[in-house]
Design a protein around this ligand. Structure first.
Ligand code: ATP
Length: 512
């Protein structure tokens, strides 16, 4: 995968051309950072959601799912800290009039230092070959040590300043590092200010009687306020989890990078309720568990890394991100947080209701601690799409664009193609579709030469094509073509369901 702007542009245009993602209300020139999922995109998105739900809910007897409303009582957001503290530090460039997140400018600077260190390491590995000891090199080579130390120092200072709400120092840091507007090179910055990211709206008909409410900025609070309802009605015993997927809304200051940062997006979250004191053990367990889930898709171990937080959110005592190597570099894909009892305690205080659990083994009441895993469905979609899009040169020198999606996630699993539109071949094709369509999404295509039809399916990420030809009429065999290898097998119609079924079975992917 080319790690550059070029690859990113290709992903964005491919997503539109092949019916994965369209800009929202495009005929009116769109709405910034809001997107619609198109006919293929919605299938891929549903498959990712289902892969997550199966792994998190169906495979755990002590995790259940809910679907809470987007609108919640406004006190929820007072208790959770979002009204007072869900802010991003923003800074404007006085020359370009562009607005940036101050923390992102600094993080990007730190990432460049990290990349410089990586470059040195790659060069050294080439030079030393087999005998290269990366750990030793990292700790002894003065240039690498320098870059990494500087990276750490920058991130730590930013974390300290943000923690202390010292926005002057955040600006001072940007100036000291001589960070410039990435588009124009200007270093003429305004002061750093805080900006609340919640979208507010009104409930009620008249201005006098209306109540200010918010579109939820995270799905988690719907789980916290329902924790006791679920625990009691589901007779859940700690440790147990509540999972949910759903829309969240944030008035992001800088919303570039396609579906990476949207104003309306979807989260897949799971809150795991544990005994106080056991949270860090569970935090480690879920870190490991979630990384394993990502690895199961086979998108390259080297494309993931943990980034442990220096600056904790106000509710956490340990936090890490699983970062993915997007075309624009390593960025957060999923967050794993040990949220302590912050949320439940805050809701107890604001509501006056007890949210405690009676632990029958200990014989005592306590407010549970919470470990959460939170992944953006849209970000996962982008990770999968950008990782899969390949421009391949074939042996005969020709090229093809192929979306090497993990077949378990592919929007359409198989396309059935009659070689010609006559001689009864379309009827047999339909017969095959009628067998398969109960278990998977199937496409039919009878237009153009079969080679071109294969290319169309390659670009859509369809892992299998079944071609029906004249021999099919005689012996009920078809050609089964595999997307990645382009290998073609002659198989009986009766076998295809089992062959494809095995390749796309969630079980086989999650247990591989
Ligand atoms: P970032 O630092 O990138 O703004 P965050 O740390 O605020 O993200 P969390 O609050 O931890 O994000 O949300 C959990 C997950 O939700 C993130 O890992 C990400 O995948 C997803 N997410 C958050 N904000 C957005 C957004 N604006 N658009 C798409 N996905 C998002």
């Amino acid at each position: 995968m080319a790690n550059n702007d070029d690859q990113f542009k290709k992903v964005v245009s491919h997503a539109k051309e092949y019916g994965f993602i369209f800009g929202s209300s495009e005929i009116y020139d769109g709405l910034s950072a809001v997107y619609d999922y198109a006919q293929n995109g919605v299938l891929l998105k549903n498959n990712i959601r289902n892969y997550w739900w199966t792994a998190m809910v169906q495979l755990h007897q002590n995790i259940v799912g809910i679907d809470a409303a987007i609108l919640m009582h406004p006190t929820t957001w007072k208790a959770s800290g979002h009204v007072d503290a869900f802010n991003d530090p923003l800074i404007d460039n006085k020359d370009s009039k562009k607005r940036f997140r101050a923390d992102v400018l600094i993080e990007d600077y730190a990432e460049k230092l990290y990349q410089k260190a990586q470059k040195e390491i790659v060069k050294a590995r080439k030079r030393f070959g087999e005998s290269f000891d990366e750990e030793q090199y990292k700790t002894t080579n003065p240039r690498v040590v320098g870059y990494l130390a500087k990276q750490k120092e920058v991130l730590e200072r930013m974390a300290r300043s943000l923690e202390a709400e010292d926005l002057e120092d955040v600006k001072a840091l940007i100036e000291e590092l001589e960070i410039a507007d990435p588009d124009t090179g200007s270093k003429n910055w305004t002061d750093v200010r805080q900006f609340n990211l919640m979208f507010g709206t009104q409930i009620g008909a008249s201005a006098d009687s209306s109540t200010q409410v918010y579109l939820r900025p995270e799905t988690a609070q719907g789980i916290f306020v329902n924790y006791l309802n679920v625990q009691k009605s589901g007779r859940m015993r700690i440790p147990f989890g509540i999972a949910q997927t759903g829309k969240a809304f944030r008035n992001e200051i800088v919303a570039r990078q396609f579906i990476f940062r949207m104003r309306e997006f979807e989260q897949m979250e799971m809150q795991f309720f544990v005994r106080p004191g056991e949270e860090l053990k569970w935090y480690e367990t879920w870190k490991e568990n979630r990384l394993k889930w990502h690895m199961s898709l086979g998108m390259g171990e080297e494309n993931y890394r943990f980034h442990d937080h220096e600056k904790m959110a106000h509710y956490a005592n340990a936090a890490t991100d699983i970062e993915f190597n997007f075309p624009f570099g390593f960025k957060e894909l999923e967050g794993i947080h040990s949220r302590t009892d912050f949320d439940l305690k805050a809701h107890e205080e604001h509501s006056g209701k007890k949210l405690q659990y009676f632990d029958p083994e200990l014989g005592e009441n306590y407010t549970p601690y919470v470990v959460e895993t939170s992944i953006g469905l849209d970000r996962m979609f982008l990770a999968v799409l950008s990782n899969s899009l390949v421009n391949e040169t074939l042996e005969d020198g020709s090229t093809r664009v192929v979306l090497k999606l993990p077949s378990v996630l592919a929007p359409t699993k198989v396309a059935v193609l009659p070689l010609v539109k006559k001689d009864g071949l379309p009827d047999v094709a339909q017969e095959i579709i009628d067998i398969l369509k109960w278990d998977m999404t199937v496409a039919y295509d009878e237009k153009d030469a079969v080679g071109r039809r294969y290319r169309r399916q390659d670009a859509l990420g369809t892992p299998f094509c079944i071609t029906v030809d004249h021999q099919t009429i005689e012996d009920r065999t078809v050609t089964l073509r595999h997307r990645d290898s382009m290998k073609q097998d002659r198989v009986s119609i009766d076998e295809v369901s089992a062959i494809i079924g095995k390749e796309i079975a969630i079980k086989n992917w999650l247990t591989a």
